[in-house]
Design a protein around this ligand. Structure first.
Ligand SMILES: Nc1nc2c(ncn2[C@@H]2O[C@H](COP(=O)(O)OP(=O)(O)O)[C@@H](O)[C@H]2O)c(=O)[nH]1
Ligand SMILES: [Mg+2]
Length: 673
């Protein structure tokens, strides 16, 4: 490789609804480009891109893989992002670091939920977009319909640059719109949109002059970078038609990092711009970490500025302030890496054995680039299970294994719930969690059982009550004496707990009052109604009595306990449960089902919004009813619905349900005894 230039780099993310043909397209590209001599298939589990055992078992992509290829003197970085809703975070990260988002839409299936998500992410990251209408060889392939839908749902700037010749089993080739006269109106549309990028060209065009082809080509390239034209391709990976044309077009017209221009970074509050220059300080963003058992640990980075040689180099983690030596950079194709001596702005490569870098970290060289790129956004988990180690050995290996998996997977969380003491594993859906559990077992030999997490219920009171608590033991030996009068009052939701001391005249001596407060804070962690934390109340210590010799901190604490249990039970105690804000996105025809279903799970519809053919239903629903929602929504909408949720507030549990929860909890307590 001679001196490389950012101008010669083309990075793009293949994104789509699962099954649209991304992995197959990546495979066909590698084959046509001579990188592989046999084309693998997703069914046989032998594609370059789907190399993880979990992917081969399930015949789907579950994490982004990177393929590097050389075409017409350009270096392609192809990111094959998984399309299933459970792995949307991977898709978002891929679009963030690639220069162009290539959205595949099946010529049979058309626009689906994750297609819209891909469009949304591309718009959010302001990325240039191309559309590939895939699987043109399939029965019922309908290029025109899919193109119309893309134009009406996404953008009128979507213009075909390759049109199909025939379709289904008659699909025999593609027409180069710009360079042939067979598709006059499409060519007209393309030229018209391209010349708009250049006033002088526009004038010539309007005056009917012939414009040199090279000028139109240059204008087309500019228009794609500016999102004024979103090129549309027709192809089929299975019969390998249109793939070479797609790659040549990428080489000729897709934007390079230089065409994309500067990106933002932040030095504290200050925003700076980072130009894709090779002589600038080195900066890169880590967007993926992989800890494959065979390949070892790899950190994937996108370089935004500068040049760095792998020889005798260390990488500086700007956020952590850590410097670490590295041994090589690797150009990746699936699981295979090829050493490269030097990386420059625009490159996407992997670094082996870099311990400090996490996804979203900015990497530089010590004393060089000092700003940080905005973190990569990942969707919040929506599906949780509580996990229990099967044996003591599993338990011992658990924390190490989970921390490795968390490094790789940014849409996964693992937390011990302080209230329920469950170890809660949360992700994007049941498939996601299944994959994590099977990775835990295969890679790290950790066998886990799962159960539905417990709801972190709480207790509170609805009216004022006063209760005396008297602890007295004065027979034989050192006696015990404590006596308190406490008034319990409800506070507003979210207020927590307040202790008020209004004792006058030393009825409870000063030195024992802290023991009363301490006792209350301890006992409120397990309320008298069903053992859940008691919240949103005040306790006012207003009277008491003591004994000169027998009173002690312990006696006052025990007296407080008696008062607390009686006082709370007299103050009309109730259970509270967490309520979630939920946003469900579904095609219009599922609206009725989704809303009806919320009614059956004690949900409240808060509003609706239309987004093209998709509807967003906003609702509030108790967490207790939401644990399996990822599965329920999928079956209700045959996979076309998606949702997000976050905690909103605590609310009273309806009496009939509270009764059951309390009874169940009492039974649990008895079982434990
Ligand atoms: N007939 C036909 N099938 C295809 C084509 N591309 C992919 N497929 C099939 O569609 C399914 C999903 O393809 P895959 O590449 O895994 O899609 P991805 O989820 O977008 O990566 C697989 O069964 C592929 O064999 C194509 O061009 N024609
Ligand atoms: Mg795939």
């Amino acid at each position: 490789m001679g001196a490389r230039r950012p101008e010669d780099t083309r990075s793009f993310a293949l994104c789509a609804h699962g099954g649209a043909g991304k992995t197959s397209l990546a495979e066909a590209m590698l084959f046509d480009n001579g990188n592989i001599t046999r084309m693998g298939s997703v069914q046989s589990g032998n594609t370059v891109s789907d190399f993880q055992s979990e992917e081969q078992k399930r015949n789907i992509s579950i994490s982004t893989s990177l393929m590097t290829l050389e075409r017409k003197g350009k270096t392609f970085y192809v990111l094959d992002a998984p399309g299933y809703a459970d792995f949307t975070g991977e898709m978002s990260a891929a679009i963030r670091v690639a220069d162009t988002a290539v959205i595949l839409v099946s010529s049979v299936g058309g626009i689906e939920v994750q297609t819209s998500k891909a469009w949304e992410y591309a718009s959010h990251h302001n990325a240039p977009v191309a559309f590939v209408i895939s699987k043109m060889d399939r029965e019922n392939a309908d290029f025109d319909k899919v193109l119309d839908d893309i134009k009406s749902q996404f953008s009128p700037n979507a213009l075909p640059v390759f049109l199909p010749v025939g379709s289904a089993d008659k699909f025999s080739g593609v027409i180069d719109v710009l360079h042939s006269d067979e598709a006059a109106s499409a060519k007209e549309a393309l030229i018209e949109a391209a010349v708009e990028m250049d006033d002088a060209l526009m004038e010539k065009y309007l005056e009917g002059e012939t414009i040199p082809e090279a000028d139109i080509e240059a204008a087309l390239k500019k228009a794609i970078a500016a999102k004024r034209i979103m090129p549309v391709f027709a192809l089929s990976s299975s019969v390998n038609i249109g793939v070479n044309e797609f790659m040549d077009f990428v080489a000729d017209y897709f934007p390079s990092p230089v065409d994309i221009g500067a990106v933002e970074a932040f030095e504290g509050e200050k925003k700076i711009t980072v130009e894709p220059k090779t002589d600038a300080p080195f900066s890169a963003l880590c967007f993926k970490v992989m800890a494959d058992a065979f390949v070892g640990k790899l950190s994937f980075i996108r370089v935004y500025s500068g040049t760095l040689s792998s020889e005798g180099t260390s990488i500086y983690n700007v956020g952590k302030g850590e410097d670490e030596r590295i041994s090589s950079f690797k150009l990746m194709t699936g699981k295979d890496g090829k050493d490269v001596k030097e990386v420059i702005a625009g490159d996407i490569v992997a670094i082996p054995k870099l311990s400090s870098a996490k996804v979203g970290d900015t990497l530089a060289t010590k004393g060089g680039f000092a700003a940080q790129f905005a973190p990569i956004e990942f969707p919040k988990p929506v599906y949780s299970v509580a996990v229990i180690a099967k044996t003591r050995e599993d338990e011992d290996r658990l924390s190490n294994a989970i921390s490795k998996i968390l490094e790789e997977d940014c849409s996964l969380t693992f937390e011990k719930n302080a209230e329920t003491r469950d170890n809660v594993l949360s992700g994007m859906g049941d498939m996601h969690i299944d994959i994590v559990l099977s990775k835990m077992k295969e890679r790290y030999k950790v066998d886990l059982e799962t159960k539905t997490p417990q709801v972190p219920y709480r207790e509170t009171i609805r009216k004022m009550a006063e209760a005396q608590g008297k602890h007295k033991k004065q027979s034989g030996g050192h006696g015990q004496y404590g006596d308190v009068y406490i008034r319990y009052r409800p506070l507003e939701r979210g207020a927590g707990f307040e202790f008020i001391d209004s004792v006058v005249g030393g009825a409870v001596p000063r030195n024992f009052i802290p023991a009363v407060e301490k006792g209350l804070r301890e006992y409120m962690t397990a309320g008298p109604l069903a053992g859940f934390p008691v919240v949103d109340f005040s306790a006012e210590l207003y009277y008491g009595s003591y004994h000169d010799v027998d009173s002690s901190e312990m006696s006052f604490k025990l007296a407080t306990r008696l008062s607390f249990r009686k006082g709370i039970m007299d103050a009309s105690p109730v259970l509270l449960e967490p309520v979630m804000d939920v946003e469900v996105t579904v095609p219009e025809r599922f609206m009725g089902d989704v809303m009806g279903d919320f009614n059956s799970r004690r949900g409240r519809i808060m509003g609706m919004e239309g987004h093209g053919k998709l509807q967003v239903v906003k609702a509030q629903c108790p967490l207790a009813e939401m644990f399996r929602y990822a599965i329920i929504l999928r079956s209700m909408t045959s996979g076309e619905g998606s949702f997000s949720m976050e905690y909103s507030h605590y609310e009273e549990v309806p009496a009939d349900i509270a009764k059951k929860v309390i009874a169940a909890h009492k039974k649990d307590e008895e079982d434990e005894e």
